[in-house]
Design a protein around this ligand. Structure first.
Ligand SMILES: *Cc1c(COP(=O)(O)O)cnc(C)c1O
Length: 450
């Protein structure tokens, strides 16, 4: 008997989707999503809307005085966790040279890699979910009201209450860091199930913050499952479900309106004649999905969101291509899910992101590990920005959009060819800010050899 993947054999899938062979062979691909639709006259998401994003924004505002108090690094922005947007002309030049390809338009780096508290994009979703859990418990016990100055949550009374509750999460590293740091700060007991990809320094840092780290020899999916199991046994336990959480998703979505303001302040236009391209590194899909949801809500059809995955972990790509989402995994197609991009080492995509955004994700492209290191080094040399390998996965997006046949078709079919000189390309940098110097030196060295 031949194993079936979501009802079909690999051969049947290949007949239906000829591009699959290259993906199975771990070659780099640039895939355009045929399900993409204009967002005029339709809801982007049937379950969540602008009101939910605004609710999340308001919650983060309520918590701002607390965050400013307990995390001094957020004080400057009054407790708002936000990152810079910077132009990177030297890197644009370097990329053109590396790939021998002109890039029309202007490249910017969105520095979520250097978000305060946990140094990655997870400081958006992860921290938001823990704050929401804390707020609910405090409301229920009548020690907090919505009009209070939330800086009172630093008081011992709150920490004592939260110590009766535990937070559990499964992670390849960065989600664990953001959940662990935030939970421990509020006073929760926190248990982080780490996959085999997780870097030692992330485990060490978490233990130092007071989190319990459970190490698994298996991949991300198994670590999440272990966390889910453990949490189910305890009614006072909250499981942060990276594969299904709409709370995490909304925390990420808050990025969009703030980003719009940033563009306005920098006088960067986005309209019919000035298209916006955003390249987002993708693991399980929550972070790039939440951000895409927000961006499509704010910019409509003027934004084009592409996800980037390692050639060895094309989870979202397979989910969208087959339209079977979390019913398929890279491993079932014989792809090993082994990559230096630990933040993206996910074989099976989220259960809801692909379905919810099937009409809003422009496409997915893949990148090889050695290329990640080369880009990491070039970016450090040219712009002095140090990112982790996962965080540079998006950088070949603007190159491939112009060079690949599917990329060219995308520009043509969407009447973008004549507008590319006016295009803004956003490389969403998702992590690296907390990487210890010796580990970063090692990444940098690898960029020369590969
Ligand atoms: C988690 C992570 C991503 C992707 O987020 P998902 O929600 O897993 O898709 C991208 N880059 C880095 C550095 C990450 O840690």
């Amino acid at each position: 008997m031949t194993n079936k993947i979501a009802g079909k054999t690999v051969e049947e899938w290949k007949n239906e989707l000829p591009e699959l062979q290259q993906i199975i062979d771990a070659e780099e691909v640039f895939w355009v999503n045929p399900q993409l639709e204009s967002c005029n006259n339709r809801m982007i998401n049937t379950e969540l809307g602008i009101a939910d994003i605004e609710d999340a924004e308001q919650r983060l505002l309520r918590f701002a005085p607390y965050l400013a108090k307990v995390f001094p690094e957020t004080k400057e922005k009054n407790g708002i966790i936000e990152s810079e947007l910077v132009s990177i002309p030297k890197m644009q030049q370097k990329l053109s040279e590396m790939f021998n390809q002109e890039i029309a338009g202007t490249l910017y780096l969105k520095c979520d890699s250097h978000l305060p508290i946990s140094g990655s994009v997870k400081a958006r979703g992860g921290i938001y979910e823990i704050l929401k859990v804390g707020e609910e418990i405090a409301f229920k016990h009548g020690i907090l009201s919505i009009t209070d100055d939330y800086s009172i949550m630093a008081d011992e009374k709150f920490r004592t209450l939260f110590s009766n509750y535990s937070i559990v999460v499964g992670s390849t590293g960065n989600l664990g860091l953001s959940i662990g740091i935030m939970s421990a700060q509020l006073g929760f007991k926190v248990i982080v199930h780490m996959s085999a990809d997780a870097k030692q320094w992330k485990k060490d840092l978490l233990r130092q913050k007071g989190a319990i780290v459970v190490e698994h020899n298996s991949d991300y999916g198994k670590a999440v499952e272990a966390g889910r199991q453990q949490s189910q046994e305890d009614p006072n336990s909250h499981f942060v479900d990276d594969e299904n959480s709409s709370t995490l998703f909304l925390g990420y979505a808050v990025a969009a309106k703030r980003f719009q303001k940033q563009l306005n302040d920098m006088k960067i236009p986005v309209d019919q004649d000035h298209p916006l391209f955003v390249y987002l590194p993708c693991g399980v899909g929550g972070a790039p999905g939440g951000i895409t949801f927000g961006l499509r809500t704010v910019f409509g059809d003027n934004v084009h969101c592409f996800f980037a995955e390692p050639t060895h972990s094309p989870a979202m790509l397979l989910g969208l291509m087959t339209r079977k989402h979390n019913e398929v995994s890279a491993q079932e197609f014989g792809i090993d899910n082994i990559t230096a991009a630990d933040g993206l080492a996910v074989g099976r995509p989220s259960g809801f992101v692909g379905k919810a955004l099937e009409k809003d994700i422009s496409g997915v492209f893949t990148i090889q590990d050695d290329c990640l290191y080369r880009i990491l080094r070039k970016l450090a040399d040219s712009e002095g920005k140090f990112l982790e390998p996962s965080a540079v996965a998006g950088f070949i997006g603007p190159v491939q959009l112009n060079a690949s046949s599917m990329g060219k078709d995308y520009l043509k079919n969407n009447h973008l060819e004549q507008k590319m000189q006016n295009a803004t390309h956003i490389l969403w940098a998702t992590g690296g800010g907390m990487v210890p110097k010796d580990v970063m030196d090692d990444f940098y060295r690898k960029g020369a050899n590969s």
